[in-house]
Design a protein around this ligand. Sequence first.
Ligand code: SAM
Length: 282
Amino acid sequence: MSQARGASQTAVLVAAYRARASAATNPVCNDPWAQGLAGDAGVALTHRWDEHAPDMELWVGLRTRYIDDCVVRAIDAGIRQVVMLGAGLDTRAARLARPGVRFFEVDQPASQADKRDRLSKLDGYPVDAATFVPCDFEHDDFVALLCDAGLDRAAPACLVWEGVVYYLAEEAARSTFQRVATELDSRSLLVFDYLSSNMAKSSDRLRDEDRAMKGIIEELGEPMRYGIDDPTPLMFESGYRLLRTVSFDELALQYTGTYERKRFFRFQAIGLASASDEGLAW
Ligand SMILES: C[S@@+](CC[C@H](N)C(=O)[O-])C[C@H]1O[C@@H](n2cnc3c(N)ncnc32)[C@H](O)[C@@H]1O
């Protein structure tokens, strides 16, 4: 098993933003468990970010909503396995549960232990809704561990890789993309978000606000390491045959009916990919 790491603080930060986005007027997402999971300490973390990244609450809300919609559509289309890679404080296993659909949560052991502790303090959360699969993408074989936990490789799965890719070493991220495409059922779907390399790596061209935001993430002990500027060649080389990408502005337009030029949130986007061109019948 992997080297010992502490529980993820960025997972707490994201859950806190999800809580705020869920409580907003005209919310774009609805995660009723997020506030209890993040706690007041998590919400306090977001206040530091607000100074530098005022659109983060909206981005996290839109990201959650879009990925929720992808998972629901995948289930409606017949997929019966949902895998959260780097699950953090994700609650889709509780929120999107459907008879006959299995949810797997893959994450570092320390993050999972922290999640179990937080879940145990929530009244009514269905803790058995997901199968926990402790795994470090940089050291462990996530495919073998998932199969040991009951994933059926001969059936399609919907894999969610939300808020994780940029925290990994490039080699681990590339290998994970490739293994999802080549070792799981080719009709599987992968939905992931990614950052530009300018943002992920240190760069003189960053705005002061972006540099400050990166600094806070580094202080939390989870520096951003891997950026993707054009996912198409990467996905082609990794074995995918279908890719759709969507930007913050496009999601904001779709789910809020707004566009604001001053929202400087153009360095992060979401990709939806499949190794089969039949993978996205919808
Ligand atoms: C920003 S959090 C996102 C959590 C969740 N997906 C969400 O969107 O709420 C990043 C997650 O990636 C996980 N993670 C980071 N590096 C990892 C690694 N090498 N192996 C497994 N999980 C990792 C962390 O433990 C954490 O749960």
